[in-house]
Design a protein around this ligand. Structure first.
Ligand code: IMP
Length: 214
């Protein structure tokens, strides 16, 4: 059975927020997280067809290049009435040009991310479906851990909720201000980080990883 032993672990992400969250989650287990940015590792194109494939390809590249075990996270917002979009394209919907690289040509999809724009896109698509369209949504977080010899383990976490409009709160990131988890009055954007992290998709996926590997 695969176990994660104390020592270095590459966090295959260039997103400082994610690296910080993962460091905090793994700190108590004697694991020394090293970020992909610290090792100057390139960011692979996320060409997988689902969250697990994208997490796997990020972790696999980092493990191959560094010779260390590597952990990657791929996450996003799935809106039921939109056929679970934006899903794996959640970050892309925040770009002025949201076309995927295959449509746009390599290097053509560029620009600053604007999640106000991404949330408006979600809202506009829902409005097109009419007032009775379901506003149910969930966040997904996939984690992949890959060892240099090619062994791998995958975990997926999820949190269900509903989409509010207008967005509320400025404490989170991404789509947090329009996502109200089931059974709560506040959006993720209004919650204190500790409260969000006790119920989030990332916490759910990490709990599964810790139970199996640590
Ligand atoms: P990734 O870096 O390709 O995994 O992109 C994930 C995207 O999904 C982020 O840029 C956010 O837009 C969105 N996302 C993932 N997790 C969260 C969350 O906890 N709150 C808000 N947005 C999230």
């Amino acid at each position: 059975m695969n176990r994660l032993l104390p020592g270095k672990l590459v966090i295959a992400s260039h997103n400082e927020g994610k690296v910080r969250e993962i460091r905090a989650l793994l700190g108590p287990y004697g694991i020394e997280p090293v970020s992909a940015a610290e090792l100057d590792l390139p960011e692979p194109d996320e060409i997988g067809v689902d969250f697990i494939e994208n997490a796997d390809l990020k972790a696999r590249q980092a493990a191959d290049l560094s010779g260390l075990p590597a952990l990657a996270d791929d996450s996003g917002l799935c809106v039921e009435a939109l056929g679970n979009r934006p899903g794996i394209f959640s970050a892309r919907w925040a770009l002025a040009d949201p076309r995927v690289p295959a449509e746009a040509g390599p290097g053509e999809v560029q620009g600053e991310r604007d999640f106000g724009l991404a949330m408006r896109r979600v809202q506009e698509q829902l409005e097109k479906l009419g007032p009775d369209a379901s506003r149910n949504a969930h966040f997904v977080c996939a984690l992949a851990i890959v060892w240099p010899d090619g062994r791998a383990e995958w975990f997926e976490g999820r949190v269900d909720g509903t989409l509010v409009w207008p967005p509320r709160g400025d404490k989170g990131f991404g789509y947090d201000p329009m996502f109200q988890p089931a059974g709560r009055d506040q959006t993720f954007g209004e919650m204190e980080p500790d409260e969000k992290h006790s119920i989030s998709h990332r916490a759910d996926a990490f709990a599964k990883l810790v139970e199996r590997l640590l």
